[in-house]
Design a protein around this ligand. Structure first.
Ligand code: SF4
Ligand code: FES
Length: 250
């Protein structure tokens, strides 16, 4: 008799190990749960809520939810899909995400998750916040407009690069990403394009200078495959490749 522990995700048995979250076990079993602030190689953050699932009638973030035996997880009911679309729509209207004019279009997880979720319009009124650009770094650009405050660069810079270039400051609507330098400018930090944090941003907030359209629109990662089948590691590797070799098509 098998002693494997399992929970159900949309009726399918998903094996898990002690300490796994629902997200960890689902991704390992090849089941996609949409996510933006999560990357399975780094500690969870639980901020974007796009990974929302239903358990016993409660909606909760699956990237921070510990898996337990016999759990019955809903990843695809109309209720859950509707909530995800609404969360994505809020992310779109809170920032200035002008996909057709963004260098990250086709490689952007926010855009790819929105396609996956069937989001057809922003629905809410755009905030059109006035946000700037930090172009002080010789090789990298930072676009405040596009940052969704997922905290991935913060975690990766701290835990992988051992640098702590980034931090999130403020609360609620006043939250913003800040750079740890005396001037507050990215160019005055020790950030490098070879840092792991340089290739982890799910949107077009942290981008290399001079490489914007190296890979033509229409030939980018999510132009070929939907995000539900592209792993986070593959997305990171492609971004890293662009940063170190000037793009995969060179
Ligand atoms: Fe997330 Fe990118 Fe903003 Fe960092 S810059 S918090 S990785 S969206
Ligand atoms: Fe779970 Fe963002 S992916 S809260």
């Amino acid at each position: 008799m098998s002693t494997e522990k399992t929970f159900k995700l949309d009726g399918r048995d998903i094996p898990f190990d002690d300490g796994d979250t629902v997200m960890d076990a689902a991704l390992r079993a090849g089941e996609y749960i949409p996510h933006l602030c999560h990357d399975p190689d780094f500690p969870p953050h639980g901020s974007c809520r796009v990974c929302v699932v239903g358990v016993n009638g409660r909606h909760t973030a699956s990237c921070t939810l510990q898996a337990s035996e016999g759990m019955d997880v809903d990843n695809s009911s109309e209720d859950i899909l509707e909530e995800r679309r609404m969360l994505l729509q809020m992310l779109f209207v809170e920032g200035n995400h002008t996909c057709p004019a963004c260098e990250k279009s086709g490689d952007c997880k926010l855009q790819a998750v929105a396609y996956h979720a069937g989001m057809l319009s922003p629905h809410f009124t755009h905030f059109f916040p006035k946000r700037s650009i930090d172009a002080s770094h010789p090789e990298m650009m930072f676009y405040y407009n596009r940052c969704i405050l997922c905290g991935l660069c913060v975690r990766v810079s701290k835990y992988e690069d051992k640098k702590s270039v980034f931090a999130i400051s403020g609360r609620g609507i006043d939250s913003r990403l800040v750079f740890n330098s005396p001037s507050g400018k990215l160019g005055d930090t020790d950030f490098s394009p070879t840092d792991q944090a340089a290739s982890v941003c799910p949107v077009g907030a942290i981008l290399p200078k001079y490489l914007g359209y190296e890979t033509p629109i229409g030939q980018r990662l999510y132009d070929f495959k939907p995000i539900s089948v592209v792993g986070d590691e593959t997305a990171r590797d492609i971004a890293k490749d662009k940063l170190t070799n000037g793009g995969p098509d060179e």
